[in-house]
Design a protein. Structure first.
Length: 333
């Protein structure tokens, strides 16, 4: 069992995430050295295991059997990332910001639950990610035929509850784009004392609310020949989907080609929770930084074809203080 698990881990660390790769790796002498098995028991076999043996190993169940030898605790697996995040802090911070986002995980075969996504213009999965700075707190694999916010309430409830067990006084801010400005998630945040700052999709009614600010910004831009912007704070409620009025912070920024100011108006809005009123914040910061962790993760996995899970970020080297081997490893190893 240690040899099988070690072979799989070393293969992943070296960039071979697909099990089929082990039909060749099982004959590799370096992998044999790493796995601690230089010779096979039979003359017609390789020293290490092939894809079929490792596949039976990974098709785990809640209880181990003869052919499925690894059992797992799904709740413990999901909670591991949050526990690593908490352990990385010696003291509780006064505030943390959780970034929630979905992105495409392109598929190049006929995988189960494979669907075409119109926005990303390809067949993909639509995994859900939760980050806090550089720390990954959740990665949930999902099909692409769902709303981007599907399952976000359950994930946030699980993560926030675990964080508040260790840090009961920490203030939590949730950031996301307009795909998560949904009644269920916003209502959950309001009922659980979680501040939120979401993007809000443009429509004619919202643009009408900031016509004056757009005109002022355009006039200043023409006069100074420099970029100009105006902000407006107002309450907003949809006609059907929202249960109550909520605060909106809008940025009126006339933009033309190549980032130069021009006659075309391009308003940007941010939806915030009532508890956020009166606090010092920069709406422009939200629009740039909230999806950055997911963008880095997405860029790292763009060139890889998915099999059953999102691809890891670029491999990094072990620090001498950890294992002194200098071999590639996963960032969360």
């Amino acid at each position: 069992m240690p040899g099988l698990v070690g072979q799989r881990v070393f293969g992943i660390a070296l960039g071979y995430e697909d099990l089929i790769d082990h039909d060749q790796l099982r004959h590799d002498p370096v992998m044999a050295v790493l796995g601690g098995k230089l010779a096979a028991k039979r003359a017609d076999c390789a020293p290490l295991a092939g894809k079929s043996t490792l596949n039976r190993l990974e098709l785990s169940r809640l209880e181990p059997t003869r052919y499925h030898k690894i059992s797992y605790d799904a709740a413990a697996v999901e909670g591991l990332f949050v526990d690593l995040f908490l352990d990385a802090h010696s003291t509780a911070p006064p505030q943390i910001t959780l970034d929630l986002d979905a992105t495409d995980d392109p598929l190049h075969g006929h995988q189960e639950e494979r669907f075409f996504h119109g926005y990303y213009d390809n067949y993909c999965y639509l995994p859900l990610y939760v980050f806090c700075g550089r720390h990954l707190l959740a990665a949930k694999l999902r099909p692409a035929n769902i709303d981007a916010s599907a399952g976000s309430v359950e994930e946030m409830a699980r993560i926030v509850a675990r964080i508040r067990q260790s840090w009961p006084k920490v203030r939590i801010l949730l950031r996301a784009d307009s795909g998560f400005a949904r009644e269920a998630l916003m209502a959950w945040c309001e009922n659980n004392a979680v501040d939120f700052l979401f993007g809000l999709a443009k429509n004619s009614r919202l643009v009408g609310e900031i016509e004056v600010e757009l005109g002022q910004a355009a006039e200043q831009s023409q006069r100074t020949e420099k970029p100009a912007r105006r902000f407006k704070d107002f309450t907003w409620q949809t006609r059907k989907s929202w249960s109550r009025e909520r605060r909106v912070v809008a940025k009126a920024c006339p933009c033309g080609s190549r980032g130069r100011n021009g006659p075309e108006a391009k308003p940007i809005r941010g939806l915030s929770s009532p508890r956020w009123r009166g606090r010092s914040t920069r709406p422009a910061t939200f629009t740039k930084s909230s999806t950055a962790p997911v963008a880095r993760w997405k860029t790292a996995s763009r060139s890889a074809s998915s099999t059953f899970m999102p691809t890891a970020p670029p491999l990094i080297r072990c620090a001498p203080t950890s294992c002194a081997c200098g071999s590639p490893r996963w960032p969360m190893c």
